[in-house]
Design a binder for this molecule. Sequence first.
Ligand code: SF4
Length: 850
Amino acid sequence: MTRSTCPYCGVGCGVLVDARGNVAGDPAHPANQGRLCSKGTALGETLDQPGRLLHPEVDGKRASWDAALDAVAEGFRRALAEGGPDSTALYVSGQLLTEDYFAANKFAKAVLGTANIDSNSRLCMASAVAGHKRAFGEDLVPGVYEDLEQADLVVLVGSNLAWCHPVLFQRLVAAKAARPGMRVVVVDPRRTASCDAADLHLAVAPGEDVALFNTLLRHLHAEGLTQPAPGLEAALAAASGTPALPAADLARFCRWWAATPRVVTLFSMGANQSSAGTDKANAIINCHVATGRIGLPGAGPFSITGQPNAMGGREVGALANMLAGHLDWSVPGEHAALAEFWGAPGLATQPGLKAVELFQAAGAGRIGALWVMATNPAVSMPDAGAVRAALERIPMLVASDCTRESDTVELARIRLPALGWGEKDGTVTNSERVISRQRGFRPWPGEARPDWWAISQVAQRLGWDFGWDGPAAIFREHAAVTTLARPAARVFDLAGFTALDDAGYAALAPTRWPVPAPGAQGGRLQPTARCVPTPPRLPENATSAGFPLALLTGRLRDQWHTMTRTGLVPRLMAHVPEPLLSMHPDDAGSLAEGALARVESAWGSAVLRLKLDPAMPPGSVFAPMHWTDRFAPAARINPAVNPAVDPISGQPELKHTPVRVLPVPMAWHGFVLARRPLPTDLAEWSARLPLAHGVWRHELAGQDAPAAAFARLRAMVAEPDAAWVTLDDAAAGTHRAALLRDGRLLAVVFLGATPALPARDWLAGLFAEERIGLAARRALLAGRQADGAAPSPTICVCHGVSAGRIAGAIAGGACTLAQVGEATAAGTGCGSCRPEINALLAAARVAEPA
Ligand code: SF4
């Protein structure tokens, strides 16, 4: 058994992995104590990824590592000569291990002499970092996960914890079950799955969070609950604004918060991804600082990161506005101390370009060499169409990645094969400052190598010898950086690791920082803190003529980033098989559920399938950020997202883009099930996903003549010695065909005039059979079983239980989560689906006659 850490989110759950890749939660890890969510549970299914990048490539041709590294070094040399240090850049990722991150930061700031290194963490939690620095003088998360269990009131702000940090949500739900007096408040424009645990949902409009916490601060002061704190008077003077919420709800929230000393306010991407994200963080922190409810059991503000090692990147300074080890350009002596320690007289002297600025500079032709590591900015950045064009313009674009199948890797001139989870070795830090080991347990595939190694090899070609023989040496150097320029008042301290030998590193148990001496274990922090004025302001581009709706983007329960891993796991795709645009029914007008809809902004557009959802606030629409060229090219949402950023943190406004939504007339709608993936350009609109038994489902819609499309699609999947069974009725708009060889189903092609087509699940199930029976053949082109089972999404991915089966169990008398579990097994696995089962139970209760 190997002890490692899940690579999917900032909870940082410990996992136990056996030699065959079977994954279980690590009962000894403090983050999860044995639990895992649906994504972590499926980790073993993503180990053998198709499309791995296995060899270096230069200009589209396979190259040796030496040749590729020479080309990278030459590209940087040329850019330095032609444009100076600031024409070079790195764009890295919260997927990197701390050691890789450290190497990338040292390469940029010491070797290239530029601070143009930014991370996709800029999109995730840069506002929290800026808020921490303004309040605490340092990027500190005061709390620990136990605080969520010990609090009497937990406020989730812009956090769908149930879907985005499911194991923390499970801990919260378990604590609430054990102490029913505990209260949970959800602050979110949408009624999300996290509301399943909520005693109160405050559906603030996007951008109203500052006004909410300013209102709370005024209330706390009026109630005599504030205590002297630096900056409090100024913060109170600026604390204007009142959110447009029902007065009784707002009063209840203020009353509960005021009356509850043990209160945790947890905030995440919904707060951070905003043009006022830093003020949102500080408005929250102000209330805790002003009342002294910080760094105590069950009390404090709590920023949760999205990525598994966003915290590690912050620690090593791999962001354009940070130096390293929490050293700061603005503190006299700290830059000099680092320059001396690294022997880097050319160490970057000032902050560099943050992510949005970096790609704008590239678009303007000011970046001559960019090295992208483990991230996909062509898809994930706002105004992604402009970012793609900028990437195409860079003379030397290098991409280090595990996969060949990423939109950004496709664009790169030089491709370097990186190690993935289960292969690489290093550390990560989770949202509660716990440093854990990620350990390799699989052989390195092809010629893939660690990122730190590739970086040090290029550095060597530019005249630098980093002198590292493995990640342990890098970790020791990272720890040593945290000891520089003392006695400056800094909490981040890894002095206890500076002499950690290789064996100690190999065996390192999860350890929370600060670690001032060997064997130390950090706890809660009570930082020196100040309040910060946070006058409320509307989101940038809040209103725009002709764009009456606000677009919010975010994540789905079972998906991760741009689906490079989770998009290959059938059971993770079963929950939401297609890119859906959620909209309140009152906003729909003539748009119908299931139709294709174009979301259009001043920056770009995307086409998704419409889902009418009463849980959406009127006036807002929600789109997931996951779909890419590889899965659904027309549904990439980020080209439509506005590039406005927070003026302090540089974090993009991903939660508010003015848009309009228009119908997309299509001549036909259809789907193809086939035993191989087909290209995504089969039709004007397509979305593909893997199913069980090696089958791929392709959802399609087109504007050409249905009969021609039917013939074209059939030709694409035709195979020798196979025969078609068809039902082709042009007058009725029905075009259906099944391809069989010796009774074995090879493909089906269904087209119709509307999106209302037969259920795919039953048809897909027929692919498992070696020879389909007579009854199934008869029903095949009808597209349904003899009993007429209706389509139904999979709710429980652990046990493959659909919403229909759960509804059946409820109709049969199951009244509780436990009874549904007994009847169907749904909800008895990782637990990620329990909020949705509860929603079905609640809906059934509402539907019962009085
Ligand atoms: Fe992984 Fe889920 Fe834990 Fe996040 S909550 S670290 S995705 S198992």
